[in-house]
Design a protein around this ligand. Structure first.
Ligand code: UD1
Length: 419
């Protein structure tokens, strides 16, 4: 198992490029199952979750190849219908195969995802939406077993409550091949959902309302394979900007879409950072000392839950008292105990963290508990005085491409050790 040994404090400076977005590539990979042939997806980050999804598609009979950011998925020989527990338990996004398998072949069996470090994480909206398209859903021995009626899925209407990225993607994919009209309301409007919709339209789907909470889909008989270039990872971009802020640095993040980062940029501005925002880059110059901040996580375009932990790390060294409220995953706070080990002063009261900024964090051994929490610990370690070791960095490898190499190129001192 790998761990990071981080020597701090460091002041990050220079330029870093964003990779393609993990949360955007996974639904696109699932969408390859909506047709037979070779899908081609560009700007694909080489991440553990991407490799896991490739394995899942291969179990279903696809042939996948990833090289230099280009991913091909040949679905010609796909006949499988089952996503096994071993994969689903390491990557919840495996549930994305449910809608496409059901819509194309009439049947899917996906191991029921369990809870996670952030709480229960139900999938009722994925299932409810598919049922509205006529699917029969049964829970059997830990599996979700769905079948389409004779003649295939039929259009229907469904409202997501609350708004859900995963359920919107899943039901949207299924609806593209369902006969007739489907109307989905209170859809997630995260950029990852919109780009999935665009890729589906390019493959022949008929979808109105992309980028808005109401999607109207007219089912088509068949789709072409997916051909799409993955959008830049807004969470990775935000993580690098946070790293610059936390370490008092001056960093340019290139190949990003600043429009996808508005709420995070606003928060960084509130913290006293100087921002130069271009069409595909953001330069951040940190102040002598960050100011406290008020953050509430909500669905896009509001502040993303996937950046909550990194901003908490920044708030730990800001002047004054910050408040951070989590409305998406009220239990997503496992990083607080680890940040306290570095000397942070954080009080948790339900889904709100109150952070009293300290002038400097002190290095210590900490443990990564999930993907974004690990990123927060790495950033805190880069800013902390002395040595920080972060155990269980496999979490971070799920969603960041060579994070230590990218941060080291900015002046961080992070060593990967195999223990
Ligand atoms: C996706 C992201 C994850 C991000 C999250 C919220 C991927 C692979 N993962 O996860 O990184 O943190 O969006 O932006 O893209 N809910 C239900 N029933 C459901 C589904 C969701 O009640 O069937 C609730 C959840 O408990 C949560 C809220 O809806 O409170 C939003 O979750 P959702 O958008 O579905 O998250 P994911 O798609 O799993």
């Amino acid at each position: 198992m790998d761990r990071f040994v981080i020597e701090g404090p460091t002041k990050l400076a220079g330029e870093v490029r964003c990779s393609g977005a993990k949360n955007a590539v996974l639904p696109l990979m699932a969408a390859a199952l909506l047709s037979r042939g070779v899908s081609e997806i560009g700007n694909v980050p080489d991440l553990r979750d991407v490799r896991t999804f490739m394995r899942l598609l291969e179990i279903l009979g696809a042939r996948c190849h990833l090289e230099g950011g280009d991913l091909t998925i040949d679905t010609t020989a796909v006949t499988g219908v089952e996503a096994p527990y071993d994969l689903v338990k390491t990557m919840r996004a495996s549930i994305y195969v449910l809608g496409p398998l059901l819509a194309y072949g009439g049947e899917a069996r996906v191991s029921l995802p369990g809870g996670c470090a952030w709480g229960p994480r139900p999938v009722n909206l994925h299932l409810g939406g598919l049922e509205r398209l006529g699917a029969k859903v049964q829970l059997e021995a830990g599996f979700i077993h769905t079948t389409a009626p004779d003649g295939g899925l039929q259009g229907g209407s469904f409202r997501f409550e609350p708004s859900s990225v995963g359920a919107t993607c899943n039901v949207l994919m299924a609806a593209t091949l369902a006969a007739g009209r489907t109307e989905l309301s209170n859809c997630a409007i995260e950029p990852e959902v919109t780009q999935l919709g665009r890729a589906l339209v390019a493959a022949g789907a008929r979808i109105d309302g992309l980028g808005t909470p109401t999607l109207v889909i007219q089912g088509v008989g068949e789709l072409d394979p997916i051909r799409h270039r993955v959008i830049p990872d807004r969470i990775e971009a935000g993580t690098f900007l946070c790293a610059a802020a936390l370490t008092g640095g001056d960093v340019v993040v290139r190949d990003c879409v600043p429009a996808h980062l508005e709420s995070a940029l606003a928060a960084l501005g509130d913290m006293g950072c100087l921002l130069d925002v271009g069409t595909d880059f953001v330069r951040l110059q940190a102040p002598e000392r960050l100011r406290a901040v008020e953050i509430v996580t909500r669905p896009y375009p509001a502040f993303p839950t996937d950046m909550q932990a990194q901003f908490m790390a920044a708030a730990c060294v800001a002047e004054g008292v910050s408040h951070l409220t989590e409305t998406i995953y009220p239990d997503r706070f496992t990083h607080t105990a680890e940040l306290r080990r570095l000397g942070a002063e954080i009080r948790l009261d339900g889904a709100t963290a109150t952070i009293v900024g300290v002038p400097v964090l002190e290095g210590a051994p900490v443990m990564a508990t999930d993907l974004r929490a690990s990123a927060a610990l790495v950033l805190a370690g880069a800013a902390a005085r002395g040595t920080t070791t972060v155990d269980r960095v496999y979490h971070i490898d799920r969603g960041y491409e060579r994070i230590e190499a990218k941060l080291n190129a900015l002046g961080a001192r992070i060593r990967r050790e195999n223990v």
